[in-house]
Design a protein around this ligand. Structure first.
Ligand code: DGL
Length: 284
């Protein structure tokens, strides 16, 4: 259902909503704060139901609908699904069911990869849910129907990163185990198709080698957000810095401390969002 025509002056002062299974989407928020410092942001981290990457499509679709419904109550002028697993499972359904414009994170990375790949062979590192959905293959082929996509699911990798492990031997071995089969298929470009992977980009680069260009979709995602705001005349008109607030379904203190590490700045305005409230908005 499209939203009714409202005064764009009113809409432009609303926050941009974002959500993720937990902290990972903060890597996307970080890029937004660098490029769009004048915008307000409202971020939901569904930490009580983390991780999304091992869950099935129906469950992810329900969670995504619940959180989108919550963000619409704030309300928001634009919503970014800052989670690759949720985007892969639910973006078309969200866009059909909600009035607010919604941007996913898969297409921007696919666009950057297609533009970068000389040999039209694109690798994807992602969660099991994202790989199983086939979202990257569809996105890449919609841009270049002759391009080849080779994917590698990396189960368990986000748990290391979420726990603050960015350099242990166990992580090193896991990354080697995931990158070797992908590299053997000789892609010239690899997309980090998961919110957490940019935090271990140096390790990924080392294992993939200098012949592979590693794509962090975050910059491309923000470019899309900028373009949508500009075209719709929704850039916040005020000169002052924007504000940001957070909602978590999990533990507030843990969100503050882990979130500060992901965002490399203090998270002051963190509020609780109960699963009961989400279940009221969209019943399971
Ligand atoms: N945010 C998820 C994604 O980008 C990774 C973490 C999770 O599995 O929930 O796919």
């Amino acid at each position: 259902m499209p939203r009714g025509q409202t005064d764009t002056q009113d809409l432009s002062r609303l926050p941009i909503g974002m959500f993720d299974s937990g902290m990972g989407g903060l890597t996307v928020l970080h890029e937004c704060l660098v490029r769009l410092p004048g915008e307000h942001f409202a971020y939901v981290g569904d930490t009580a139901r983390f991780p999304y990457g091992e869950k099935g499509r129906d469950e992810l679709e329900l969670y995504a609908r619940q959180i989108t419904a919550f963000l619409e109550t704030l309300p928001c002028k634009l919503i970014i699904v800052a989670c690759y697993s949720a985007t892969s499972a639910a973006l078309p359904v969200l866009q059909e069911q909600f009035a607010t414009p919604i941007i996913g994170v898969v297409m921007p990375g696919a666009r950057a990869a297609v533009a970068t790949s000389r040999y039209r062979k694109i690798g994807v590192l992602a969660t099991a849910a994202t790989v199983a959905s086939g979202a990257y293959s569809r996105a890449v082929r919609s841009l270049d129907s002759g391009a080849e996509v080779v994917q590698q699911a990396c189960p368990g990798l986000v748990d290391h990163i979420e726990a603050g492990d960015l350099a242990s031997q166990a992580l090193n071995d896991a990354v080697r185990g995931f990158t070797e089969p992908l590299k053997a298929q000789r892609p010239d470009v690899v997309i980090m198709g998961c919110t957490h992977y940019p935090l271990i980009a140096p390790m990924l680069r080392r294992f993939l080698g200098r012949d592979v260009t590693l794509i962090d979709p975050a910059a491309e995602i923000v470019r899309e957000v900028e373009a949508v705001l500009a075209r719709q005349g929704l850039e916040r008109p005020d000169e002052t810095m924007g504000s940001y607030r957070f909602y978590t379904t999990g533990d507030l203190d843990r969100f503050r401390s882990t979130g500060a590490r992901f965002l490399q700045m203090p998270l002051t305005r963190v509020r609780a969002l109960s699963l009961e409230r989400l279940n009221e908005l969209v019943a399971p």
